[in-house]
Design a protein. Structure first.
Ligand code: SAH
Length: 470
C-alpha cells in the first residue's frame, strides 16, 4: 500500500486541469506538478486521498520529448507559469483539448469532425497562439516583502500560499519592470520603509503595480500602500521619471486585511492619472483600477474573432455585458446601429465614456451596474431590443438572470468571450436547453506559459428544437 513520503516512479500519461502531470502507480492516480506527458519521474508522495494522491517531483528520470528548459529560475516555486516546462506547440494542444473537453463533457456540445461538411454540429477552430510567447503582459503586480536573509524583495506568492518568491526579470512581463522594482526597493531601503506584513497587518508597501501601453510605450507605476503617504515621495518620483516613457505615478490606498490587491482610493503623484494604448485603430485610456486585457497582441486577435462572430451589418442593437472600459463595445459600435455596454466598476464606465468620445464614436451608451440587474431591467422597458448579445464575464461566468434575459430577448446571435472554459460550458449548456446552439468555438492563447485560455463562442438560436423553450 502506498504511504505518505513514499518515493514512487511513474510515467506521466495525461494533464490535469491545472496543467499538473498525471501518472498511475499500482492503479492509484498520482498528480505531480511541473511534469509533462511522456516524462518518467520520481516523486515523493505528499498527500493521499482514497483513490488518488499528490506527489512532489524529485527527479526526472527520462525526459519527455515535449519537455523544454524553463526560462525563469523561479518557474517551479512561483507557479504562475504552470506550463513553462512544456513546448509551446504542446501548450497550445493542451489548451485546445481543455476547451473541447469542457464543452463536450459539461456543455454537451458536439463538434464536427474536421472533414465533415454540411453538419449541424459546432465547429472547433484551431487555437490562435503567439509567434513569440514571452514578454507579453502589459500589467504585473508584484507583492513586496522580505527575503529569508532580510532583504526587501519583490516577487510572487508561491502557488496558493503566502510565502513570497523573489522574482527577477519575469520573462512574461515587460523589460522595464525590473528597473522600476529596483528603484522602489532601493528607495525603501534608504528610508527604512517597511514592506507590509500580511500576518500582523503592519508595514507600509504592499504591492507595486506596473502597466505599460505596448503601442504607445507609456508606463504607469502604482504603489499600493497600507497608509496614506510614502516617506520621501519626491525623491522616488524623481528617480522613476528618469525611466523613459514614464507617464503616470500613483498611490493606491488599501488598509484592509485580506487578499484584495487594490483599494478603492487612488492618489495621483505625478503625470497623468492614466496611460493610453491602442488596439487596432482605436485608442483607450487605462486607469489603475480599470480592467484592461493583459496581452495586447492577442487582444487584437480576440476582438477580431468576437467581431467576426457577431457578423454585424449596421442595423443591429448590440449589448456588450461586462464591458470593462468599453473596448469590445467600441469595435462593435463601428459596425452596429447602437451598442449598450454594462460594467460594474464606475471608474471603468467613466473611462469607457471618455474612450468613446476620444475615438469619435457616438452610437454607444454605457451603464454602470451589475449585468444581472441592469440588463434585465433595461430589457423590461418598452421598445428594448437585443439583436446580438456579447458577454465577457469574470471566471465565475454569467448569473442565471443574465442568461434568462438573453433567452427572453431572443437575439439572433450570442458571442460568449470566456476566460474559464468550465463555467463557459455550464452557461452554454443552460442556453442550449433554452434554444441556443453553439456554432463555432475559437480558443485564443492570451496567457502563454500558464494553464489559462480564453475562448470565443458563437451561439445562435434554434428555438424549434429547444427542450424547454415556451
Ligand atoms: N470586455 C472587457 C472586460 C472583460 S473583464 C474587455 O475585454 O476588456 C470582465 C469585466 O466584468 C471587468 O471589467 C469586471 O469589472 C466586470 N464585472 C465583473 N462582475 C460584473 C457584474 N456582475 N456585472 C457587470 N460587470 C461585471
Amino acid at each position: 500500500m502506498i504511504k505518505k513520503n513514499d518515493i514512487v516512479t511513474l510515467t506521466i500519461e495525461d494533464f490535469g486541469k491545472d496543467g499538473e502531470g498525471i501518472g498511475k502507480y499500482d492503479g492509484f492516480t498520482v498528480f505531480v506538478k511541473d511534469t509533462v506527458i511522456g516524462d518518467t519521474i520520481q516523486a515523493r508522495m505528499i498527500k493521499l486521498k482514497k483513490n488518488y494522491g499528490y506527489g512532489r517531483l524529485m527527479e526526472v528520470l527520462t525526459s519527455s520529448g515535449y519537455r523544454v528548459p524553463a526560462r525563469c529560475p523561479a518557474a517551479r516555486p512561483c507557479g504562475g507559469c504552470q506550463l513553462q516546462f512544456l513546448s509551446y506547440d504542446r501548450q497550445l494542444a493542451f489548451k485546445q483539448e481543455k476547451v473541447r473537453g469542457n464543452l463536450e463533457r459539461i456543455g454537451g456540445v458536439q463538434f464536427t469532425a474536421p472533414k465533415e461538411s454540411g453538419s449541424e454540429n459546432a465547429l472547433m477552430e484551431p487555437i490562435i497562439g503567439m509567434e513569440n510567447p514571452w514578454h507579453y503582459r502589459n500589467k504585473e503586480q508584484f507583492p513586496i516583502g522580505w527575503s529569508r536573509d532580510g532583504r526587501r524583495i519583490a516577487g510572487f506568492y508561491a502557488g496558493h500560499t503566502h510565502s513570497l518568491v523573489e522574482i527577477k526579470d519575469c520573462p512574461i512581463g515587460t523589460e522595464e519592470n525590473q528597473k522600476i522594482l529596483d528603484i522602489v526597493l532601493k528607495h525603501m531601503e534608504r528610508y527604512d520603509i517597511l514592506p507590509y506584513d500580511e500576518g500582523t497587518g503592519k508595514g507600509l508597501v504592499r504591492h507595486v503595480l506596473i502597466r505599460k501601453g505596448f503601442y504607445t510605450g507609456e508606463i504607469m507605476v502604482c504603489l499600493v500602500l497600507n497608509g496614506k503617504k510614502l516617506p520621501a515621495q519626491t525623491g522616488l518620483i524623481h528617480q522613476l521619471t528618469a525611466v523613459p516613457n514614464m507617464t503616470s505615478i500613483v498611490l493606491n490606498l488599501n488598509r484592509e486585511k485580506g487578499n484584495r490587491i487594490l483599494g478603492d482610493q487612488v492618489i495621483l503623484l505625478w503625470g497623468k492619472p492614466y496611460i493610453r494604448d491602442t488596439i487596432g485603430n482605436l485608442t483607450f485610456r487605462i486607469s489603475p483600477l480599470s480592467f484592461f486585457q493583459v496581452n495586447p497582441i492577442q487582444t487584437q486577435k480576440l476582438y477580431a474573432k468576437a467581431l467576426e462572430y457577431a457578423s454585424l451589418t449596421g442595423n443591429e442593437t448590440v449589448w456588450d455585458l461586462y464591458c470593462g472600459t468599453g473596448t469590445i463595445s467600441l469595435f462593435l459600435a463601428r459596425k452596429a446601429r447602437k451598442v449598450y455596454g454594462v460594467e460594474i466598476i464606475p471608474s471603468a464606465v467613466r473611462d469607457a465614456e471618455l474612450n468613446a468620445r476620444e475615438n469619435g464614436i457616438s452610437n454607444v451608451v454605457f451603464k454602470a451596474g451589475k449585468a444581472e440587474e441592469v440588463f434585465p431591467e433595461e430589457c423590461g422597458k418598452e421598445g428594448a431590443r437585443a439583436d446580438v448579445v456579447v458577454v465577457d464575464p469574470p471566471r465565475k461566468g454569467c448569473e442565471q438572470t443574465v442568461l434568462d434575459t438573453i433567452v427572453s430577448m431572443k437575439p439572433d446571435r450570442v458571442v460568449y468571450v470566456s476566460c474559464d472554459s468550465a463555467t463557459l460550458a455550464r452557461d452554454v449548456k443552460y442556453l442550449s436547453d433554452k434554444g441556443y446552439e453553439v456554432r463555432k468555438v475559437c480558443p485564443v492563447d492570451m496567457f502563454p506559459q500558464s494553464v489559462h485560455v480564453e475562448t470565443v463562442v458563437l451561439l445562435s438560436n434554434n428555438f424549434s428544437k429547444a427542450k424547454d423553450y415556451v
